[in-house]
Design a protein around this ligand. Structure first.
Ligand code: ADP
Ligand code: MG
Length: 470
């Protein structure tokens, strides 16, 4: 097909007389020709986000508009530093916010989050109340994440599965095994039964009195049997103390790290379902410089789990969609991210992932992204990365084209149920900054004071809980 024909079939729906086909939904990427609107009128962002202009002889001045239906098939953004990846995310997230759609941006650097806050449209109070900044480095006002806040047994199983995956990640392979996961499962079940916190796990493992107290009202015979017969057997004899020490060490991150303890030691806190249902903008600031990379990664994985759980459980009817943005996605290379890539499109949720190079992704995550995602924004690539991604953009753009892209220029490829679209895009510059540092700090602190609790309160509650188990 010549480029001219390709263009006319996309640009001229009136030439393409057919009834709407809802089985094979129409491609959502639209190239809007200047001829279709009055001169000088910038394209409106009513339904679709405007990312930039297509370049090339036949496509000149046509805009890359990506609407939510296209985006929920997934978008992967890749390219060298400072080419404009985070700025593309910034535009999309601000667009979600303007549309009242729920969105979550997870930013391992912190710069993107501030960039978004600086540009939030100044509207009314209610609008700003939709913005939640989760900043674990705000030690004075920690916002809680309650992993044990499961609404039903499905969510409980999800949380248990995740905790096993998480513990497995920090456990050398030779020390993993069914006994460890059995302990985790039963400890979490016991906490689910009577409203415990994650930080209480080490208490359960070390204090028979705490177990006895928590078992009081438990009716599940298997759970009772485990704590009354199996666990005492495991810790009996000479190996007992080392078994307890071994298992509690797995949870020491939650209990001993003061920053994490004050987040996971709270009951309630950040409600991920509300973010979806009420169209909030959740900005997760994992500034590695401040938090340390291990802690940031740990928090990132937990946020990811909470997002997955919320999306999987939210009924499609109550939502106008939900978007999740993961900058520096190689930091989140876990099983549940791979599940999210395939499950989100069916759940009316968009997953947008960005990082420098597809080479930095683990093999399985890379396969999941390159195999299942429908949209790609490929900025300038290094040598190895270019040869990996050229299969996506050929025959129009080969590895040399991808290596010689200018800053803020990218090759967009979008797969729809119709034909594949590939074109070179000049990305729009970031929107104007609207708020100074004082306002940004105010917006950041708002959620902390409304959802979070003051540090002394959280610590006092934990001390009280420990005392009651004596
Ligand atoms: N289309 C653009 N036009 C002009 N400047 C841009 C554009 N996109 C991004 N920038 C600027 O370039 C710099 C790097 O952008 P950023 O999105 O942070 O890159 P990356 O995430 O790829 O490292 C930022 O200062 C940003 O404001
Ligand atoms: Mg960036």
């Amino acid at each position: 097909m010549t480029r001219a024909r390709e263009r006319s079939s996309i640009l001229s729906p009136q030439n393409d007389l057919h009834m709407p086909n809802f089985e094979r939904s129409e491609p959502r990427l639209r190239l809007v020709s200047n001829a279709e609107r009055p001169a000088q009128t910038p394209p409106r962002e009513s339904g679709a986000a405007n990312l930039g202009t297509f370049e090339g002889r036949s496509l000149s001045h046509d805009h890359l508009l990506v609407d939510f239906d296209q985006l929920r098939r997934g978008l992967y953004i890749s390219g060298q530093p400072r080419v404009g990846k985070s700025t593309a995310i910034l535009r999309l997230a601000l667009h979600d916010f303007a549309q009242g759609r729920g969105a979550c941006v997870v930013d391992p650097d912190g710069e993107l989050i501030n960039g978004i806050i600086e540009r939030l449209p100044p509207r009314n109070q209610a609008d700003l109340d939709r913005v939640i900044v989760f900043d674990p480095a705000n030690l004075e006002w920690p916002i809680g994440i309650d992993l044990l806040d499961a609404k039903d047994s499905f969510e409980e199983d999800y949380a248990i599965q995740f905790m096993n995956e998480l513990i497995e990640r920090i456990t050398p392979w030779f020390a993993r095994g069914p006994i460890l996961s059995q302990i985790i499962r039963n400890a979490m079940r016991l906490l689910f039964e009577n409203g415990g916190r994650l930080t209480d796990i080490s208490q359960i493992l070390t204090s028979p009195a705490a177990v006895k107290q928590r078992l009081g009202a438990v009716t599940d015979p298997l759970l009772r049997r485990y704590w009354e017969h199996v666990w005492p057997m495991l810790i009996k004899g000479g190996d007992g103390p080392s078994t307890v020490a071994y298992v509690t060490s797995k949870f020491s991150q939650f209990v001993e790290d003061r920053c994490l303890r004050n987040i996971f030691g709270q009951r309630g806190g950040l409600d991920f379902r509300r973010v979806i249902d009420e169209g909030q903008l959740l900005l997760v600031d994992l500034a590695r410089g401040t938090l340390g990379s291990q802690r940031a990664q740990f928090l990132g994985l937990i946020v990811l789990h909470c997002l997955e759980r919320a999306v999987m459980r939210a009924p499609a009817s109550t939502r106008g969609g939900f978007s999740v943005y993961l900058d520096e996605v190689h930091e989140f290379d876990v099983e549940n991210l791979r599940r999210m890539i395939t499950a989100f499109p069916k759940k009316h949720a968009a997953l947008v992932m960005a990082n420098q190079s597809a080479d930095d992704l683990g093999i399985r995550l890379r396969e999941a992204i390159l195999g299942s995602v429908a949209n790609f924004l490929v900025f300038r690539q290094g040598l190895d990365a270019a040869s990996r991604l050229e299969a996506l953009t050929q025959p129009r753009f080969d590895d040399r084209d991808l290596m010689s892209l200018k800053d803020h220029h990218a090759v967009y490829r979008g797969d729809t149920t119709g034909p594949r679209r590939v074109g070179r895009v000049a990305l729009s510059p970031p929107p104007r900054v609207l708020h100074d540092a004082r306002i940004v700090a105010e917006i950041r602190q708002r959620a902390a004071t409304s959802i979070g609790k003051e540090k002394w309160m959280v610590e006092a509650m934990m001390v009280a809980s420990l005392a009651s188990d004596k």
